[in-house]
Design a binder for this molecule. Structure first.
Ligand code: PMP
Length: 412
């Protein structure tokens, strides 16, 4: 594996030192954490920001005039600007804090869908979506008597784009599509999809959950209408995420949940709603998580996406080389444009047995359908073993994974 030079090794070891959770043993073996697509570990800066908030600034936001409330509010709003800049949104009003990707997609499906989708209209998703980008649209279509259409995929795990042209009609209101597949690792040709959808007058909702950890995102360049993403998959806290939406669309949307914070004036008979983005932020948010999210974004900026991509690509290529040379291992998802997710099956070995044996060696991988059951049906499999790599993973960890898989194959 020539791409990982000594200099990189030192840099990666320094990065690893920032992650306390990586410094532990599991079943007596050093932890090899390869379940990053489910959630990444968190650097000290993120953990410190959470503790610091609760120790010094804990107060509810936007409500009090006392010092702690002002500090908490200022820190939360600074985070909003950090998120805005990170994804290159035009204004901080376009960043709505949510509980994560799932909450963001549900917000669009409910609020945008409520006024813009009617009986006979169409919503398009793809065959490789995470359940979070399937079920909310099924619920909307069912409620509105709208039609849910699906972009088919190839055996390699790429979208069959010519099919999209045929699926798009003047009745298509929404195309909801993942930037990156959480099971296959496929990077979808978003710009082309967005261009085609806009040409038919449909808006595009992007599930960016698996893109944020690996790829720079520029919502203006993509021209997507909405982007849903989570902090926890990109070194940030769990239970926090955002919905980016074009201002004009957010302004025209009715509120999602009612409650405190999202209102301007409430009488018992009538309520006027707050401005963007607060109209969509009912209730007390995960203040500590939102504030600490900034630190995760800083971490990515400091390391740099180009370094992240180069390192993860090298690990992915090496893992692919080692695993595909093992008898009976079948790689699921072989798209030419992929991020560092490697799903595979082992003929004659159940994925849960493989997962348990790997865990016994301290190796954490995902096993099962990875919240993509339609994809499992497409490949006629029950589940996969999924190794997903982050910036802190090493060549030795890839070798350990491959060694345990090889032993497993030999024994079964
Ligand atoms: N979409 C994709 C592609 C994902 O990988 C995930 C997380 N597994 C989600 C949506 C849901 O994210 P969250 O659980 O943070 O809401």
């Amino acid at each position: 594996m020539s791409t990982l030079h000594t200099h990189n090794r030192v840099a990666i070891q320094n990065i690893r030192k920032q992650f306390p959770a990586l410094q532990q043993t599991v079943h007596g073996k050093p932890l090899v954490y390869l379940d990053n697509a489910a959630t990444t570990q968190k650097p000290k800066a993120v953990l410190n920001a959470i503790t610091n908030y609760y120790q010094h600034d804990n107060a509810n936001v936007h409500r009090g005039i006392h010092t702690l409330a002002s500090r908490a509010t200022a820190a939360l709003e600074t985070s909003r600007v950090a998120v805005q800049r990170f994804i290159h949104a035009t204004s901080a009003e376009e960043i709505v804090f949510t509980g994560g990707t799932t909450a963001s997609i549900n917000l669009v499906a409910a609020a945008y869908g409520q006024t813009q989708v009617h009986a006979g209209d169409e919503v398009i998703i793809s065959h490789m979506e995470h359940h979070a980008n399937i079920v909310p649209w099924q619920m909307l279509c069912q409620a509105k008597k709208a039609v849910l259409k699906v972009i088919p995929i190839s055996e390699a795990g790429t979208l069959l784009l010519p099919a999209l042209k045929k699926l798009l009609t003047p009745r298509t209101k929404i195309v909801a599509i993942s930037y990156v597949s959480n099971t296959l690792g496929t990077i979808n040709p978003l710009k082309e999809i967005i261009k085609q959808a806009h040409a038919q007058g449909a808006i595009v909702v992007v599930d960016g959950a698996q893109a944020l950890p690996h790829l720079p995102i520029n919502v203006q360049d993509l021209d997507c209408d909405f982007l849903a993403f989570s902090a926890h998959k990109a070194y940030g806290p769990t239970g926090v995420g955002a919905l980016y939406g074009k201002k004009a669309l957010l302004e025209n949307m009715p509120p999602y949940q009612g409650g405190g914070e999202m209102v301007q004036e409430v009488t018992l008979a009538h309520t006027t709603y707050n401005d963007l983005p607060y109209k969509f932020e009912a209730g007390t948010p995960h203040i500590a998580g939102i504030i600490a999210w900034q630190e995760a974004l800083n971490f990515i900026t400091q390391v740099g996406y180009s370094n992240i991509m180069a390192h993860e690509d090298a690990l992915h290529t090496y893992a692919l080389e080692l695993l595909s040379s093992i008898d009976r291992v079948r790689i699921v998802g072989t798209a030419p444009q992929k991020i560092s997710i490697l799903a595979f099956t082992i003929e004659g070995v159940h994925h849960l047995d493989a997962g348990m044996l790997l865990d016994a060696h301290g190796i954490a991988v995902r096993t099962g359908h990875s919240c993509t059951q339609p994809l499992m049906n497409f490949f006629h499999i029950e589940g996969v073993i999924r190794a997903s790599f982050a910036i802190y993973n090493t060549q030795e960890e890839v070798e350990q994974l491959a060694a345990v898989v090889a032993r497993l194959v030999q024994k079964n």
